[in-house]
Ligand binder design. Structure first.
Ligand code: SF4
Ligand code: SF4
Ligand code: FES
Length: 817
């Protein structure tokens, strides 16, 4: 942990972490330093040079100059003001005068700083070059507007982990030589660089998260869907939380009225976020364009009340607020109906086994812990689609903290291999399916201290001493005889010469590596990676929770928390999986008459509008979720909803009169009213969002873990298929969002499997597993490595899930049709 120091900025004493960038210290202390190109938590690009300040008498860039105790900083000096004004003049050179129609107008940093620096005349000029616009799928790039601040490049690489953007040559004329001699130096250097570059795009690496759109300070990168739809100042920002995954990231639904006649009918035009604090997945950003335009159908409402009252089982998923969950639990207590939610039950059982070993109610890590680590391990998570925020944090930590990481997943993923500096500090291990228990034992073997006897005995039984040949450099003494040319005298000289030698060394091997499907090279990799590492995080993914032996895996993960220095994070699988698992007595078996809340059943309450009675979509609801960080986080309604809600049904059944669903907020967890919950970040980087649940002690039970890897045995002509979440898809709602719609349900295979199966993209393939049979089209995923294929979809009309049982892996025959 960094030491706390004090620096002075413009006469104000500011506490700072030793080495913290001056810009961040200034911002945390509400001191304004002009800056365009710096993206918090990413590497400084040093493109704009606006953040010039004077520190202890020397001009430095505040975004990459580190604080030292007692440092004295001045934000404005006459020279710095001259530089900044010239920089803004340069930025305005050849910038098209299209603010009237530009999407960024009103929130454009170029506009703001041009006014702020009083740029009212132009001293500089260079011939413009043709800069054609480009269509990059979810976004459009207008190089005419681009100021080459490289924020998009940086966020894509340092945060998102895609590295899909880079600078490319602009092909412009060189600047007039006189400028170099006569204009302010930083302004010239900035311009000279800007004038050589534009931004290029690699489609195969892009995961359509849209974070580059968010960080672009001008209108150069805009959402294709939003382009020319609205001015920024017409939109009202509604703070809410990501409804699609358990990061529950803060987002803003930006809404305005949809028609002049009906002023009450708002529509969401776009979703934005606070990119300096947290990043959004593509689903959170682009899957917003549906809502339920229900009206109050009294007859159907009566039927719904009867159906719920008489239901033997209520089925639901975890895309639901805590308040609705509380309502369902109250209904259960009154009517005796079973509550069935397999997602939350699996997680609840997992955490129960975990807590019985760790002694605490929750895993001990948070997303911030991942960000702050320098050695990271992910086990059993198809990270880029299962838990985007955890993936961002993983990549960000490797990139920014000189970190290193191990990624264990049965499907090889080139996307993950590209993390960090050209993938040098990440090792991806395509472990055999269902060997997550062996991986966790391996982590205990490598990192555990004072392990319980039975665990230590098992690990010892797996160890064996082996010998390997290593090459090392030694210095060898070489004696040389030389003859003096003049005297003919012989002389001997001695010198040390470097020499490569091979030698045999003993090392400890563990047979766990055989189970995992790895080898001894992993031991060497870890040894190299661990140099100067002191902060550890472990992500336990969905494959562990759905593992045939998940209770065992949970206990092993808890042992890692207890007997190593790893912080452990178990991302809840759906948005409010954790909240549901805490608030409900869940049942496992479905019986009798069923009612489904956003789930198929005899009687269906549906926010998708395809059931018997309509319900509000999550963007039409106020309420709370429990997120990955074990915090109760509020979300808000962006769109008006005029139909009936679960609360109305509960009022009838429970014979009470609660006006709003959020009347239940004060009845759950810490009993805090909804309106008292904050949802914002402070300049000091502190998250003021909801409240944290307390970590309670849990009685420790018998550890009793076993290593019974259930490896999948495959025969000739059989292949393993994986039940993957598609990128940016989390449920049936994201599947119907216009910008993310699954146009085709397909089997995704690697290039190598395409050759092995002798198929082409677009061919039809018959997939038959033990559970069912389907014919789908073939697609190639260029990032996929190996022979495991996957079927990513939430399309309700094709039952791909039936190919699998309760786990994510299945064995199937694949036959070209
Ligand atoms: S596209 Fe936007 S964020 Fe990227 S370099 Fe250009 S101005 Fe900066
Ligand atoms: S959408 Fe996301 S992945 Fe694609 S270029 Fe932008 S930041 Fe990178
Ligand atoms: S913010 Fe420091 S150089 Fe741009």
């Amino acid at each position: 942990m960094a030491n706390m120091i004090n620096i002075t900025i413009d006469g104000k004493s500011c506490p700072a972490k030793e080495g913290e960038f001056i810009l961040n210290v200034a911002r945390a202390n509400d001191i304004f330093v002009p800056a365009i190109c710096y993206q918090t938590k990413c590497s400084p690009t040093l493109a704009c040079r606006l953040c010039l300040v004077e520190a202890d008498g020397k001009q430095v860039y505040a975004c990459n100059a580190k604080s030292k105790d007692g440092m004295n900083v001045t934000v404005n000096t006459p020279n710095i003001e001259t530089e900044r004004r010239a920089i803004m003049e340069v930025y305005d050179v050849n910038h098209p005068l299209q603010c009237g129609v530009c999407d960024k107008s009103g929130e454009c940093e170029l506009q703001n700083y041009t006014l702020y620096m009083n740029v009212d005349k132009q001293n500089y000029a260079v011939k413009d070059v043709n800069r054609p616009t480009a269509d990059w799928g979810v976004m459009k790039y207008d190089p005419g507007l681009c100021i080459v601040c490289e924020k998009c490049v940086t966020v894509c690489k340092d945060m998102i982990g895609s590295a899909a953007l880079s600078t490319v040559k602009r092909g412009a004329d060189a600047l007039d030589k006189d400028y170099k001699a006569n204009m302010p130096k930083d302004a010239y250097a900035m311009w000279n660089k800007l004038n050589k570059n534009l931004i290029g795009f690699d489609e195969d690496s892009c995961i359509d998260c849209g974070e580059c759109i968010e960080v672009c300070p001008v209108g150069a990168l805009v959402s294709s869907d939003f382009q020319y739809k609205s001015n920024a100042w017409e939109l009202m920002k509604v703070p809410a939380s990501n409804p699609y995954s358990s990061d529950c990231t803060l987002l803003y639904y930006e809404v305005k009225h949809n028609s002049i006649e009906k002023n009450t009918e708002d529509k969401i035009y776009r979703v934005t976020n606070e990119s300096h604090y947290s990043s959004l997945s593509g689903a959170a950003r682009f899957a917003f364009d549906f809502s339920n335009n229900a009206t109050k159908d009294e007859v159907e409402f009566g039927k719904a009340v009867d159906a719920v009252k008489n239901a033997d089982t209520i089925l639901f998923n975890s895309f639901i607020t805590n308040e609705e969950v509380k309502i369902l639990q109250n209904i259960k207590e009154k009517t005796g109906a079973k509550l069935v939610n397999n997602d939350a039950l699996r997680f609840k059982n997992f955490m129960k086994s975990y807590s019985e070993v760790s002694g605490n109610s929750f895993y001990n890590g948070t997303l911030e812990d991942i960000h702050n680590s320098n050695f990271l391990v992910s086990v059993g998570s198809y990270l880029k689609s299962d838990a985007p925020s955890a993936k961002y944090a993983f990549n960000n930590a490797i990139t920014m903290n000189k970190g290193a990481g191990l990624y264990f997943h049965s499907m090889g993923d080139k996307h993950i291999e590209g993390f960090g500096k050209k993938g040098k500090n990440i090792e991806t291990i395509a472990n055999k399916p269902f060997t997550e228990d062996a991986i966790l034992y391996f982590i205990l073997d490598q990192f555990g201290k004072d392990l319980p006897l039975e665990v230590e005995e098992f690990l010892s039984s797996q160890r064996e001493n082996r010998v390997k040949t290593v090459t090392e450099m030694i210095k060898e003494k070489v004696v040389e005889t030389v003859v003096d040319e003049e005297t003919g005298e012989e002389k001997t000289t001695t010198k040390m010469v470097p020499k490569k030698v091979s030698k045999e060394v003993e090392y400890t091997y563990t047979k766990l590596l055989d189970l995992i499907g790895s080898d001894e090279s992993l031991l060497e990799t870890i040894e190299t990676m661990l140099a100067k590492k002191d902060t550890y995080s472990l992500i336990i993914g969905e494959d562990c929770i759905t593992h045939p032996n998940s209770s065992n895996i949970a206990k092993l993960a808890a042992l890692v928390e207890k007997y190593t220095e790893f912080k452990v994070i178990v991302p809840p699988t759906q948005t409010n999986t954790l909240g549901v698992s805490l608030l409900c007595d869940l049942d496992s078996e479905v019986s009798g008459k069923t009612v489904g809340y956003n789930v198929n059943a005899d009687y269906q309450l549906s926010a998708l509008g395809d059931g018997h009675l309509d319900m509000p979509v999550l963007n039409q609801q106020e309420g709370t979720f429990v997120n990955i960080d074990k915090k109760v986080i509020p979300t808000n309604a962006a769109i008006l909803y005029n139909g009936y809600e679960l609360n109305d049904i509960a009022n009838e059944i429970l014979d009470i009169k609660k006006e709003n669903t959020i009347d239940y907020t004060a009845e759950i967890f810490d009993n805090i009213e909804f309106d008292k919950l904050e949802n914002r970040y402070g300049n000091d980087m502190v998250e003021y969002r909801g409240y944290s649940l307390s970590q309670d002690s849990v009685d420790i039970r018998n550890i009793n873990v076993v290593c019974g890897s259930n490896s999948l045995e495959i025969k000739e002509n059989e292949y393993i298929i994986y039940n993957a979440n598609p990128i940016n898809q989390f449920n049936e709602f994201t599947a119907v969002a216009n910008q993310l719609k699954d146009d085709i349900v397909a089997l995704y295979i690697s290039d190598s499997l395409k050759s092995a199966l002798e198929v082409e993209v677009g061919d039809k393939i018959n997939i038959s597993s033990n559970n069912s049979e389907l014919t789908l089209e073939i697609r190639v995923d260029v990032n996929l490595v190996g022979d495991i294929s996957y079927i990513p979809t939430f399309d309700k009309t094709i039952d791909t899930k039936s190919l699998f049982d309760t786990t994510r892996f299945s064995i199937a025959n694949l036959k070209k049709v």
